[in-house]
Design a protein. Structure first.
Length: 228
């Protein structure tokens, strides 16, 4: 994953998604609507198409509700950056030779522990995390299901644009509405694929059972959702 931080904005997404998005845009500019060669797709493709963009006050999340419907609709919803309420503790830890301080918060139905660097006064972090008086070097939920660790940092002197692989994001009411769509897509994969057409199932009963089993395993999203 990559976190790009500018003067008043940041982008968080999969590194491969950035590479693929840039390549698709470059090919479209040349008039090639088929995109990069298949070998490039195989080497750089990723199922992780989440993009989190933050400005001074708002978090914009771009994400498809389904990975198996093509072309997938990319949804966009907004949240306030101020939703994070941090408790800053006295504990310190050296990460990569940088003194970091501990902070805790609750978010997305989980309890989180973060380590931020007061010596780097950037109130940013991975995913949607922000609002601490220093760059977040590490953040994880207390059950250790989700972990983000800063692996390296470098200066990039160029602007970055994301074109969502030639898709136009569709605004959606809020996060709850998006998660409801994501849950519906997960729980009804077989039916949705049949409705879309273009799919042939050699053994429909087996496919339906497998998708139902996959749905039961896909129950540990970073932000928990218990709605309908």
């Amino acid at each position: 994953m990559t976190l790009l931080i500018g003067n008043a904005q940041s982008i968080f997404c999969a590194t491969q998604y950035l590479v693929m998005d840039s390549a698709i845009t470059a090919e479209l500019t040349k008039g090639n609507t088929f995109g990069p060669p298949m070998g490039f797709f195989l080497a750089n493709g990723t199922h992780n198409s989440l993009v989190v963009f933050k400005d001074t006050s708002t978090i914009f999340t771009f994400e498809p509700a389904s990975r198996f419907i093509s072309p997938a609709t990319v949804y966009k919803y907004e949240e306030p950056k101020s939703q994070f309420s941090w408790t800053i503790l006295e504990d310190t830890l050296s990460i990569g030779g940088i003194r970091c301080q501990k902070a805790t918060t609750e978010f997305g139905g989980r309890k989180w522990v973060a380590w931020f660097a007061p010596s780097i006064p950037i109130n940013e972090g991975p995913y949607k995390f922000n609002g601490l008086p220093g760059l977040i070097f590490r953040v994880n939920d207390t059950q250790q299901y989700w972990n983000f660790d800063l692996a390296s940092a470098t200066t990039v002197n160029k602007s970055v644009e994301i074109h969502f692989q030639n898709k136009t994001p569709q605004p959606i009411k809020d996060k709850e509405t998006f998660l409801s769509k994501k849950k519906y897509s997960r729980d009804n994969r077989f039916q949705l694929m049949k409705l879309q057409g273009g799919y042939r199932f050699k053994d429909p009963a087996y496919s339906m059972k497998k998708y139902e089993e996959d749905a039961k395993k896909d129950n540990n999203w970073i932000e928990l959702y218990n709605g309908k």
